[in-house]
Design a protein around this ligand. Structure first.
Ligand code: F6P
Length: 327
């Protein structure tokens, strides 16, 4: 299938959904490469809600100086109920056209891509860049922010482990991932957790965990680490039940937003820079309605419709390995 094309002179960029470390590196790359490519670049503050409010300003190369190392997003982000409606998308496209914007680069997750797809149906060219700590975008093996988030979480888990081990306790550490267990899986394996609970796989059979704790204590293990994903939740009440059933002191630690913030790792900055620059290069060629990904070792772009139809599942083999290494 040939790629959709349109003459592009002015583009805009926004960040949408949860912030992710590396988003600034992506904004910077879009802006700088697009300007080099002869395009005019606008920044939209506060995601799609900011678009509906007309919070649009020109971005020049200097506006993105000193941002590559910063966490969060200099363009701010939001979730917009108004934009989620069909009328919201029509209004958004109208505002973009009034500002002379031919194409929009959206840095965010699947939900943000759906918004972009709606705008494409109203005649705005769109490009998606995967920005989420959750790694849950099907067309790409990598999402901007994941590397920073897992390293932040892993460091925190290592620290909790010290206390857990010193006091001979069981620790439940809740990491982010409401619908996706990638952060839990990676951090659980990397920190040698005895149990890793993933929203995609967890069967709510707490007795199995209790039996596992009892078994490992008999084998002489003095502490027990459970990495639990936000999507499974209930870490505090789970801790109470486990303590009552096993007699082992059990505490819950919820890591929360500390995983979304902080200075991006080198990997997040690099991937964000390449993906942002690629978006600007596609737009220079007039290529629109694509999503950028890193798949099978290469940076690629996919048709946005096709990208949204793709499915991604936690690899069963990795889950099996995690279980085997914990025993
Ligand atoms: O950014 C991804 C994520 O952290 C998910 O894991 C979680 O489901 C969601 O964001 C929560 O976001 P918020 O608290 O901003 O609604």
């Amino acid at each position: 299938m040939s790629k959709a094309k349109k003459e592009i002179k002015t583009i805009a960029v926004l960040t949408s959904g949860g912030d992710a470390p590396g988003m600034n590196a992506a904004i910077r790359a879009v802006a700088r490469k697009a300007i080099k490519n002869g395009l005019k670049v606008m920044g939209i503050d506060k995601g799609y809600q900011g678009l509906l409010n007309g919070e649009i300003r020109e971005l020049n190369a200097k506006d993105v100086s000193d941002t590559i190392q910063r966490g969060g997003t200099i363009l701010k982000t939001a979730r917009s109920e108004e934009f989620a409606t069909p009328e919201g998308k029509v209004k958004g496209a109208k505002i973009l056209k009034e500002h002379g914007i031919d194409a929009l680069v959206v840095i965010g997750g699947d939900g943000s891509y759906k918004g972009a797809l709606g705008l494409s149906h109203e005649g705005i060219g769109v490009i998606g860049i995967p920005g989420t700590i959750d790694l849950d975008i099907a067309c790409t093996d990598y999402t901007i922010g994941f590397d920073t988030a897992i390293n932040t979480a892993m460091d925190a888990i290592d620290k909790v482990r010290d206390t857990s081990s010193s006091h001979e306790r069981c620790s439940i550490i809740e990491v982010m991932g409401r619908h996706a267990g990638y952060i839990a899986l990676w951090c659980g394996v990397a920190s040698g957790a005895e149990e890793i609970l993933l929203p995609e796989k967890y069967d709510f059979d707490e007795q199995k965990i209790i039996n596992h704790i009892v078994e490992t204590r008999k084998l002489g293990k003095t502490h027990f680490l459970i990495v639990n994903a936000e999507g499974v939740g209930h870490s505090v009440s789970m801790a109470r039940r486990i303590e009552a059933a096993t007699g082992m002191e059990t505490r819950a630690t919820i890591l929360g937003y500390m995983q979304r913030g902080g200075s991006p790792t080198c990997k997040d900055r690099f991937y964000a820079s390449i993906m942002g620059a690629m978006a600007a290069d596609l737009l220079k060629q007039g290529i629109i309605n694509r999503v950028i990904g890193h798949k099978d070792g290469e940076f690629k772009d996919f048709d946005i419709d096709e990208a949204l139809a793709m499915k991604k599942e936690i690899q069963e083999y990795y889950v099996e390995i995690a279980g085997a290494l914990a025993r």
